[in-house]
Structure formats: C-alpha cells, structure tokens
Ligand binder design. Structure first.
Ligand code: SF4
Ligand code: SF4
Length: 696
C-alpha cells in the first residue's frame, strides 16, 4: 500500500510512515534541511524544512510531518523562501565569519540564498577554544549550530551516550559530561558524530579525500595486501564466533594459520587504535581463531564446475600455492611443480620451525591438495615448452627469490663466508650447517634475525648482528628484534664489513664504522663510512643476509629486467611471453608472505580471465551480521592496554625440537583484545545526508 500526495504540483507516491521530507527527497524534490539525517529520528531543531500543507495551520516542518493520502504540499512559496533565509540568518549569526568549505552547512547556505543573508550578517562568534589535544578528532564548537545530530548518533544509534548538551539558551553547547575529554568519558571513537556533523564542528584530524575515505577510516583493511576484512574477523572473534571469524579470513587467503604466526602485519602499523595508545593485536587474533579451526569453512567452499583448462604453477611458495588454490576454486585443473621436497617456498625453507611449525604449514598445504590441486615435489622445471606441448593453457611463475645475495668484498670467497638463505634452507632440510663457535650475521631484516636465532639453536656460542644503520631503520619485525635480544644476540649498529682475511681457525672481518647521512630512495637515512674507523672482528663464520636473488631459466623465454627479476604487466599480470604469468618475489623483489599471497590471488584472477572466466575469485563464507550499529558503552574502554601473547622462557627455547616461541592467547585475553577494536568499518555504513542540488 502506498500513499499518494502532491508536492510542488508533482504527484508522488510514498510509503506509510514516511515523512514529507523523506517522500520529497525520494521523489527528487529538495527541501533545505540541516538537522535531518536519514539514520536518525526527526530532530526538528533547524526548522529549515518548513513547508505549507493545504488544510493545515501554520508552517509545519516537513522532517517531522508524516505523509497522508491526498496531501498537497508547497515547498517553494515566497513566504517559505524568506522564512528560510531568516532562519539561516539566525543560525549563522553565532558562527565565525569563515565557515569551512565543502560542508553541508556551506552548501545549504548557498542554496538558501547567501547574498540575502550576508546583507544583514552580524557574525558574532563565540570565541570558544578549539579542542585539538585528543586522539583522532578535534572539536571546534564555534562552528556548532546545535542541530543535535551528533548527540542523537551517540545516544540513540551507537548507544554510547558520551555526548550531550550542556548549559542552556545562548550558552548551550554540545559537550561530554562535565566537559571531560573524549578519552576520560570512555568515548568509543567510532567517529559517528564526526560523520554526521554538517558544519565541521566535529572533525577528523586527518584530511580525508572522499576517494580515499575507506583507506583513511578503515586503514587496517585497506593496508592488508590481501584485503582481509579485518574489522569483521576481529569483531566475530570478540563475539566468540571463532569459526565465522576464521571463515572471513579464509574468504581471502589459504594460509590463515601461517599468517597468524609470521605475517609482518602492516595492518597493525596503521590501526586507528594506535592513536589511543596501541594498535589491536590483529595477527594474534588471526592465530587464535586459526587454532580453533573445526573445518566448517570446507562445507561452504564453492568450486566451479570443471572448465577443462589446465594451469601449471611453477613454485610452491605462498604466491604459487595461493594462485593454485584460487584457480582450482574457479574450476581449472592445476598442477604445482615444486623443486624442493616440501611446498611452502620461503615459508618452508626461510622461516625457522620455532616460528612456523612444519605441521601448521603442511596442514594448510594439504587443504590446497584436498580441493584437487596436484603437487609434484622435487620437480625442477627448466623449460616451459614441454608444459604447453602437454596441453597446459597457462603457466604461473611463483619462483620466489631463492638465493642469498653476496657482499662482493675482498676475501668473501672464503668457505666460511656464506649467505643466510643457504643456512636457513639447509637447516629446514635437517642438515647440520656447522654453526658452532662465534658467528656474525650481516643484515637487519627478518632473515638476519632468523639466521642469528637459528645459529644459537644449532650450537653457536656467540652470535653478533652487524648492521650498517641503527635499530630505528632495521626492516625486521620489532618482535623478532626483541626476541633476538632476549636470546642473547649482540647487535652492532652503524658497522659494515669491508674485507675478509682468512686465519687458521677463524676469519678476520674488517669492518668500518658508519654514520647516517641524507635519506635514500627507501626513505631511510643513507649510511656513510667514517674515514679511518676500521677495526677487526674475529669470527668462525660470517653469514650474509642482505638480500635475495632469482633463478630464472633461460629456456622460460621471458624477458628479465636489469635486476634479473621478472617484470609483469600490471593489469594482465603476464610476462613478456603469452600465457605465462608471474607474481610474488620473482616479480617484485623479496617481499613479505602476505604480499606474495596477494600476488598469487591477483595472478589467479588474471589467469582466470585469460582462460575465459570472470576473474572473480571472492568466496563469501561467513554470515555478515556483525555490524550492529549499537556498540554500547563499556567501562574503561579507552585505557585498555594491548594484550601480549607471551613467549616461552628463553631457557626452554633451545631444546632439541626447537619449540614454538610465541604463545597463543587464552579465551579471556582473546575476547578482551578483540573488544579493543574501534569498529571503524561502521562509520562507512552511515548514510550520507541529502545535499542541495548543485547550482547551475
Ligand atoms: S557538533 Fe555538529 S552535529 Fe553536533 S550539534 Fe553541533 S553542528 Fe550538529
Ligand atoms: S580499531 Fe579495529 S577496525 Fe579500526 S583500524 Fe584497528 S583493527 Fe581496524
């Protein structure tokens, strides 16, 4: 049943219960308004939306008047236009002269008729202090028109209730209780007040370009290279819905457990909770739910019917295995060729077992096999032609960067100088890499930390890290640096090896001291040698962990760039050779596991499109009903400290099985930590207020 009425001579239909303003806006008839918001009950504070209705006395506000059958409404009568200008004058008379641009207020002022208003404009202003010393938001109550939207949002929609009105009449203000800071009132920093404020009185500190709104307001999700829906999985975990939470992660990545242990978590660097003290422990929450996996997601997997297309994936690392997973889900026959005896790439051979146990890695690889991906281990592919001759329609190269770079300094050909990847690979294959005595490791990344900690576990008496910058510039995860310190590794900053001299039972590493100069291309300050500061360092072995290189067989017939890596087209993800795609370290240079997974996903999308599919690899497993806008008040919310997962005692770490160092949250800690999330995604679900039509 619909209601028929006439507005400005136009016959329209409305739903029962709608207001005249809602019906008009729905029909494309704009009535000026400022306190109306589609997500809020009528506030009727600004009165700008006054109209005339036949048979009704006075000038009712359309935002609080329900539609009735046969109603005849006039919104543009001369008397109404004049009244709106006067109302606007009253609103503006207490505001400062310079109103922020691009606000709803500014646009409505212009629509109602700015010239008429300005003729008699007093611009009193209230000279209230601008509050800028709080996290995320600032408040300039000089710009407040007391429309009430923010208070209604905070009280009625979010049910947090920290905003209210203080004082009366001319002194009336929107404020927190007793004028406390947001932090002291236990504001949840959801940003709904900022989102609905029409004047800029409540403002985000960061500038927001409308095109980047999602990135600024939900930075964790925007920063995750794989685009995992972090707010959703964190909040499902907080609600105790661990399987739903895991399903959300599995919608995007096939290695949730491995990532929960070793992801370099760029999402945590940008988490908005950091502004309140510390970020949410997003990675540890992922690990917790991955360890509770009961396999529910498997029943929801959607595998497309067989397409009769075959794809060969060369390299079973994170990029290759992710590409294989998504291509199989799209119905293609996929075979992975892995040169090593175990899939996983750097997750197998570059990350020590005390960080990523083999059963975790192999368990996730097994799930990829379980959906029908064929894996051939110990299978080194040197030529792609035979694969195409066998009927493969496309090839994905996920070759990684499997060899360590050398320093190229005099004497580094000594057998006691080696590279970090060689050491880690040997150890992961169960070889004794003879890491006794005194070992020095050159480098500041995760590989250097992994080698140093591995050396201690393989019997080294003393391990030194040599790094040419300072701790601040070290690219390794802060947790890995911290644990390296805890395990007794010594750090030598602003030092660089320049020469190796062999001695009988050791090598002499001549180093030079460095100082930091101007920033280089990476933004880190460039290390500069200090003349005449050379000194000697005696060690039994020097392990170089300063970078990685590629092995790309000539017979692949693909063009390489000047660094020896494999350039691909950004859009098609294809190499210079038709039907040959690539992704991960081999195409970008050594990067993180999560970036390699994303490269595999993008490769799978591109290959699927190339093979005639739609390229849509998104799987929707989980129920999405976690977005309740009523987030409620919580005691002591803002001051809640980040939970730490804890580690096993240092003395237990060197037992033969190399036990996993990091512990997992217990249920109570998990809930507490996940509840710290600010639910930033809810802000993007707030509807936009209606804006006046653009001037001709
Ligand atoms: S701060 Fe903004 S939303 Fe709140 S009452 Fe003032 S103008 Fe309205
Ligand atoms: S508070 Fe929650 S939603 Fe906001 S950035 Fe951090 S994890 Fe993401």
């Amino acid at each position: 049943m619909s209601i028929k009425l006439t507005i400005d001579g136009q016959k329209i239909q409305a739903k029962p219960g709608q207001t005249v303003l809602e019906a008009a806006l729905q029909a494309g008839i704009y009535i000026p308004n400022l306190c109306f918001h589609p997500d809020l009950p009528p506030l009727a504070t600004c009165r700008l939306c006054v109209v005339k209705i036949e048979g009704m006395r006075g000038l009712p506000v359309s935002c609080a008047t329900e539609v009735r059958d046969d109603m005849v409404v006039d919104t543009r009568d001369e008397e109404l236009l004049t009244l709106r200008q006067r109302l606007m004058w009253l609103i503006l008379s207490e505001l400062p002269k310079d109103m922020p641009e691009k606000t709803q207020l500014k646009k409505v002022v212009e629509y109602v008729g700015v010239d008429e208003i300005l003729k008699n404009f007093a611009y009193k202003g209230r000279e209230l202090p601008i509050l800028q010393d709080e996290p995320l938001f600032e408040r300039d109550m000089n710009l407040c028109i007391l429309c009430g939207r923010c208070v209604a949002m905070c009280q009625n929609v979010r049910e947090v209730g920290v905003l209210n009105y203080s004082d009366r009449g001319y002194m009336s203000l929107v404020s927190t209780a007793f004028g406390d800071t947001y932090t002291d009132t236990q504001c949840k920093f959801c940003g709904a007040c900022v989102e609905v404020c029409p004047t800029g009185a409540m403002k985000e500190k960061k500038l927001i370009n409308p095109d980047d709104k999602g990135e600024v307001l939900v930075p964790c999700r925007a920063t995750c290279p794989a685009g995992i829906d972090i707010p959703r999985y964190v909040q499902l975990a907080a609600a105790g819905r661990y399987q739903d939470s895991l399903e959300v992660i599995r919608e995007t990545v096939p290695f949730p457990h491995a990532l929960g242990l070793i992801c370099d978590h760029p999402c945590e660097e940008v988490c908005r909770r950091e502004e309140l003290g510390s970020s949410v422990a997003i990675r540890d929450i992922k690990r917790f739910v991955a360890e509770r996996d009961n396999g529910s997601w498997k029943t929801k997997l959607d595998i497309t019917a067989d397409t009769a297309k075959k794809v060969a994936v060369i390299g079973g690392g994170p990029a290759g295995m992710s590409a294989a997973w998504f291509l199989r889900l799209k119905g293609h026959q996929v075979k992975v060729f892995e040169a090593q005896p175990n899939c996983g790439g750097m997750m197998f051979s570059g990350i020590p077992r005390y960080r990523l146990p083999l059963d975790v890695l192999n368990g996730e690889i097994k799930e990829i096999e379980n959906i029908g991906v064929e894996i051939e281990m110990n299978s080194k592919v040197e030529d792609l032609d035979p694969l195409f001759a066998e009927g493969y329609n496309a090839v994905f190269l996920g070759l990684g960067a499997p060899i360590g770079s050398t320093m190229k300094i005099p004497g580094d050909e000594d057998a006691r100088v080696t590279d970090g990847i060689y050491i880690l690979k040997g150890v992961s294959h169960g070889h004794d890499m003879k890491l006794g005595g005194k070992i020095a490791v050159v480098g500041g990344g995760n590989v250097a930390m992994d080698v140093a900690r591995t050396a201690l576990r393989q019997g080294a008496n003393e391990v030194d890290i040599i790094y040419r910058r300072t701790r601040n510039e070290m690219p390794a995860d802060p947790e890995e640096i911290e644990e390296s310190y805890n395990e007794g590794i010594k750090f030598n900053y602003l030092v660089n090896p320049v020469k190796i001299t062999p001695a009988d039972d050791h090598i002499v590493v001549t180093c030079i001291r460095m100082e930091l100069g101007e920033p280089d291309d990476s933004g880190r300050r460039r290390p500069v040698p200090v003349e005449g500061s050379e000194f000697d360092f005696n060690v039994n072995m020097l392990v170089v962990a300063i970078g990685q290189d590629y092995i790309i067989p000539d017979k692949f017939g693909v063009d390489l760039d000047r660094w020896g890596s494999l350039p691909i087209d950004n859009e098609t993800r294809m190499t210079s050779r038709d039907a040959v795609f690539a992704g991960g370290d081999v195409a970008t240079g050594p990067q993180s596991v999560i970036k390699a997974i994303e490269a595999g996903r993008l490769g799978a999308m591109a290959i699927d499109r190339y093979l005639g599919g739609d390229g849509n690899i998104y799987q929707s497993f989980a129920n999405k009903d976690i977005d309740d806008p009523a987030i409620g008040y919580s005691e002591a919310f803002t001051g809640k400290e980040r939970a730490h997962r804890g580690t096993i005692p240092v003395e237990e770490r060197f037992k033969p099985a190399w036990p996993q160092v990091d512990l997992v949250f217990d249920d109570v800690t998990l809930t507490c930590e996940a509840e710290r999330c600010l639910k930033c995604q809810l802000r993007l679900q707030i509807n936009e207020a209606p804006m006046p039509p653009e001037a001709e």
